[in-house]
Design a protein around this ligand. Structure first.
Ligand code: FMN
Length: 376
């Protein structure tokens, strides 16, 4: 029986080829921000309160006009269709069953059409160099009925991830392909179920730009070459106009950027360092959160991610000012470990942990979780 994040991580490590596990598990440079995301949650202390009536606990939350069962969102995670067979479609089913939103990455294996058969996901946008194609992709998200566009801004260029350098994934090309194949042979469960059983393995959303028939590694190399370092705040205007719905900007850590985002008229902000995968020694998500909340001053919905591994962490984030949390590795590891079943079990555990933490702090409604829950 898998219960905690470490349990799912252990099971995913056994099942997945090493190159893939390291891609999910790893971070940038010396991985200090990755570690701080988790460690800084441990430094937040909740007040234990007693003799409150906690027989009824409300975990439901309204986000951008829709009601969800708890303040947790599956964060956009690239290539999840390689962690389990048609992985994003499996995760979407688990999220729908649990009543939480899933945000689909631009760089997912399963495309918007396939995932929307369960429920239209929130859609995460990487703005790549070809702007004509970007407009088509935004239009596609609109057509399938995605309720929220999440524009990721902390990846003008991929971070320095040395586990991927060592594995060969960073450069892509034949050596990485060969390594993945060899890795696969020593993980036959994954090889037959996911690699042979889960084809095609292209980044479905970007097929119109890359072309049909390209190999998985061709896609990988194309994508890495096409992140656009010229993006500025001015680009937000055409993206907003092309989209026309709720827009959330993901990858804000600095209060000054949070102010600029509010002036540009975003509906939401995700306080995020991309799970410690970009700028090492940047602040952890939970430490950056109060400064952003203050700068936003109620003008946009503030979400956060980075290091959320349990329902206890979720309550700490809400008490620190977030309306909801995104989880990345928590669902990616659960998917790699047990597929749809794993993601659903992980979400059920997270809800139980959240409710227990609420009961023990005397908080009966997540909407009322605030700084008074924290030890100062
Ligand atoms: C394997 C992996 C792939 C990711 N791919 C994307 C992506 O395609 N788009 C994006 O905006 N963020 C991506 N992220 C960042 C997550 O959305 C999220 O910010 C991060 O995982 C949160 O930290 P956590 O993993 O500690 O929960 C990725 C993260 C991981 C671990």
């Amino acid at each position: 029986m898998l219960a905690t994040y470490e349990d799912f991580r252990w099971a995913a490590k056994k099942r997945l080829p090493r190159l893939l596990f390291d891609y999910v598990d790893g971070g940038a440079y010396a991985e200090r921000t990755l570690a701080a995301n988790v460690a800084d949650f441990a430094g937040v202390h909740l007040r234990q309160r007693v003799l409150h009536d906690v027989s009824k606990l409300e975990t439901g939350v309204d986000l951008f006009g829709r009601r969800y069962s708890m303040p947790v969102i599956l964060a956009p995670v690239g290539m999840a269709g390689l962690y389990a067979k048609r992985g994003e479609a499996q995760a979407a089913r688990a999220a729908a069953k649990a009543g939480v939103p899933m945000c689909l990455s631009t760089l997912s294996i399963c495309g918007l059409d396939e995932v929307s058969r369960t429920a239209p996901p929130w859609f995460q946008l990487y703005v790549l160099k070809d702007r004509g194609f970007m407009r088509e992709l935004i239009a596609k998200a609109k057509t399938v009925g995605s309720p929220v566009l999440v524009f990721t801004v902390d990846l003008p260029t991929p971070g320095a991830r040395y586990r991927d350098v060592r594995s060969g994934l960073f450069g892509g090309g034949p050596s990485a392909g060969l390594k993945l194949a060899l890795d696969g042979i020593t993980h036959p469960g994954w090889l037959f179920d996911v690699w042979f059983g889960g084809q095609p393995h292209c980044f479905e959303n970007v097929v119109p730009a890359v072309g049909k028939g390209a190999s998985f590694m061709d896609f990988w190399v194309w994508v890495r070459k096409n992140f656009d370092p010229t993006l500025t705040w001015d680009d937000l205007a055409w993206i907003k106009q092309a989209w026309g719905g709720p827009i959330v900007i993901k990858g804000i850590l600095d209060p000054e950027d949070a102010r600029l985002a509010c002036e540009a008229g975003v509906d939401g902000i995700v306080v995020s360092n991309h799970g410690g995968r970009q700028l090492d020694d940047a602040l952890s998500g939970i430490r950056a959160l109060p400064g952003v909340v203050e700068a936003v001053d109620g003008r946009a919905t503030v979400l956060m991610d980075g290091g959320v591994r349990s329902g206890l962490d979720v309550l700490k984030a809400l008490a620190t000012g977030a309306k909801a949390c995104l989880i990345g590795r928590s669902w990616a590891m659960a998917l790699g470990a047990r597929g749809e079943r794993g993601v659903f079990a992980m979400l059920a555990n997270m809800r139980d942990e959240l409710k227990t933490a609420m009961a023990l702090t005397g908080c009966t409604d997540v909407a009322r979780a605030g700084p008074d829950l924290l030890v100062r």
